[in-house]
Design a protein around this ligand. Structure first.
Ligand code: HEM
Ligand code: HEM
Length: 199
């Protein structure tokens, strides 16, 4: 039997939330395990990629720097594949939950989620184009010929674009993380829990 005091309880526990209907649906649903795995693997890989890229130039020119750059490119390609798989999963089988917000906060959350998908796609696409315009050597095992070998400017421009998108991605992911933590620690709702394994 359903507990008639359910929605009432939520109004008491979460007074900051404006709609009990949205609350109740949001509190009890949970993302599926594949979506959760995709989300957290992507988040960890983005951080590894961003911080890892800053260390490439710390390595002396030669085999070590080639290896550091090769790790970045290889993980980048892995991230690109994960991203495609994640989007396909979300479109076909992944669980889509009702929005946890309404009004302006709904619009902000939606914009941030769309923005993150677009930035991730842009990041990996520009990364692939950058690798191709530079011409690269992967772990000294095989080489990717440069698209236009004499054209250093093109490669530098691509690298600037890649770095700029990286900063924007980091900023939006930072705001997104802050929003998730505000939900958890200030609104004390289950928005973060529904994206946590077993949460
Ligand atoms: C979300 C994923 C990624 C992030 C956050 C990221 C981040 C970065 C950053 C911050 C830089 C340094 C740019 C600079 O300061 O000039 C960089 C460089 C680079 N990235 Fe990425 N990247 C990602 C994915 C990729 C992918 C998918 C590829 C290629 C398949 C790639 C290839 C490169 C290359 C070739 C460089 C130049 C390395 C060097 O300076 O020696 N990146 N990346
Ligand atoms: C680079 C890091 C991150 C990226 C790229 C990222 C990306 C995304 C994207 C694209 C979504 C939308 C999922 C969908 O509906 O299809 C999402 C949802 C979510 N993310 Fe992240 N995320 C990152 C880091 C984090 C962190 C660090 C946290 C928590 C501290 C977090 C918590 C959440 C939560 C709770 C949701 C579900 C929101 C809801 O159901 O309304 N994310 N994330």
């Amino acid at each position: 039997m359903t507990d008639p005091s359910g929605p009432e309880q939520f109004r008491v526990i979460y007074p900051l939330r404006s709609s009990a209907i949205v609350d109740v649906r949001a509190e009890f649903e949970h993302y599926d395990q594949a979506t959760i795995l995709f989300h957290w693997t992507t988040a960890v890989l983005v951080l590894i990629q961003w911080f890892g890229a800053q260390t490439i130039d710390w390595f002396p020119r030669g085999a070590l720097r080639v290896d550091a750059r090769s790790v970045h490119i290889t993980l980048g390609l892995l991230l690109a594949m994960l991203l495609v798989a994640r989007i396909v999963w979300r479109l076909i089988l992944g669980r889509r939950l009702p929005p946890a917000e309404d009004g302006i906060r709904y619009v902000a959350a939606k914009a941030a989620h769309w923005g993150l998908y677009v930035l991730l796609l842009a990041m990996v696409l520009v990364g692939i184009v950058l690798t191709w315009t530079r011409g690269d050597n992967i772990f000294n095992l095989f080489s990717i010929p440069a698209y236009d070998p004499g054209n250093r400017d093109l490669a530098e421009q691509m690298q600037d674009v890649h770095a700029t998108i990286g900063w924007i991605l980091l900023a939006v992911a930072g705001l997104h993380t802050a929003a998730a933590l505000v939900h958890h620690y200030i609104f004390r709702d289950k928005v973060l829990a529904r994206m946590l394994p077993g949460g």
